[in-house]
Write a protein that binds this ligand. Sequence first.
Ligand SMILES: [Zn+2]
Length: 178
Amino acid sequence: MDAWIDEGVDRSSFMWSKLVPNKCNIFMWRAFLDRLLTRMALSRRNIMVDKLFCVWCETSDESIEHVRTGCRVSAGIRNAITNWCWIPGMFVFHVKDLVEFHEHCGVSGIYKTVIHGIIIIIACWRMWKARNDKVFANKDTSVAETEADIKSLGFLWYKHRLKQGVVDWDRWIKFNLM
Ligand SMILES: [Zn+2]
């Protein structure tokens, strides 16, 4: 294990979500430990990359912190999601702030469960997919498309994995879960 990876990371703050498949939890865990292969991560491993900058905004080097917290494109997606969920804007400086967001955003019960699993983890997972589509297929995905993708996939897994007490699409889209 690389020494730099775990520096200063308190692993106990990471919680697994039962609302998303394991592949999503594992993805988030890898992001939390800075193990996603961003351009900066590849460069640190002495792998040749033609460019270091972020594929979305092209204004900063592509580190996991930038993609998750500093990039204006990911900030646009986060704003869209927080508006939908009626929660205050996220001020995130580290992936840890995303991982713990559901604990500090003033919600409880089903809202807390859904925001943690469906919103945060799926949002990060689908944002990474959009990033990969750009890197490997030069496919642009708009903020609105990613937002719609997060909402529809979230609804699918919410219904499938919770089964009881779920609301229909009309309520979901208004984030009225009770
Ligand atoms: Zn960026």
